[in-house]
Design a protein around this ligand. Structure first.
Ligand SMILES: *[C@@H]1O[C@H](CO)[C@@H](O)[C@H](O)[C@H]1NC(C)=O
Ligand SMILES: *[C@@H]1O[C@H](CO)[C@@H](O)[C@H](O)[C@H]1NC(C)=O
Length: 204
């Protein structure tokens, strides 16, 4: 009886997995969105402070109706090849379920056939690196059906750099904490010495 239940549960689980993990490969997606970012190649942006504005629209040279099944546009910040080097946890895999190129969600917007924009303040937790932005188009079943990106197919043009909230800020912070602690200790030390002095003068 228990074994039967177990088998039934396993079969159910497997079928659910089979349904949810259909593999969509990046290489199978058509590039139909024209996506641009309001920053220039090589410009260094500061995480937690600077903003980027993304603008996207359907490529006008595509046949009318190309976007009929489009429902949402999910914008993501992606690592350029130079920031993926020697970092397996940012690796590009064609199977989108396993791909680690675009780890930072920027926004999810309803698809509109007219052009759209979105301004994003870079999140504080974005690490220092070189990036581009990709927009994944989803249909009403939430399947990825198309994309657009701010760089070319080789991920070589229009890349931008993000500077994380810098380490020097952190060390400055540490230094000021140490300095405060030192001041407190020296204050106590001074107080203690004064007390001893006054005690010894009382004994005389
Ligand atoms: C980014 O946008 C936010 C919110 O609109 C604004 O407060 C901030 O000043 C902007 N930062 C820069 C560097 O323009
Ligand atoms: C728009 O699509 C055409 C045809 O596929 C392509 O040649 C062109 O490069 C695309 N334009 C942009 C800006 O992506």
């Amino acid at each position: 009886m228990a074994v039967q239940h177990f088998l039934a549960a396993s079969a159910l689980l497997l079928s659910c997995l089979a349904v949810t993990s259909y593999a969509v490969t990046f290489s199978s997606l058509p590039r139909t969105l024209v996506l641009s970012v309001s920053t220039t190649q090589g410009h260094v942006l500061r995480a937690g402070e600077d903003n980027i504005t993304l603008a996207w629209s359907l490529n006008t040279s595509l046949p009318v109706g190309t976007d009929s099944g489009y429902k949402t546009v999910k914008l993501k910040l992606c690592y350029a090849p130079i920031s993926q080097k020697d970092r397996a946890w940012r690796k590009t895999v064609d199977d989108l379920a396993k791909d680690k190129t675009c780890q930072h969600k920027i926004a999810s917007q309803a698809y509109s056939s007219s052009s759209s924009t979105f301004t994003w303040t870079l999140q504080k937790d974005v690490p220092t690196g070189t990036y581009f932005v990709r927009a994944y188009v989803h249909n009403s079943a939430d399947e990825v059906v198309a994309y657009g990106q701010t760089t070319d197919a080789h991920k070589a043009t229009n890349l931008f750099d993000i500077q994380a909230i810098s380490g020097s800020h952190v060390s400055l912070h540490v230094a000021s904490v140490c300095f405060s602690a030192f001041s407190v200790v020296s204050l106590f030390g001074f107080f203690f010495l004064e007390k001893r002095k006054s005690k010894s003068s009382q004994h005389k």
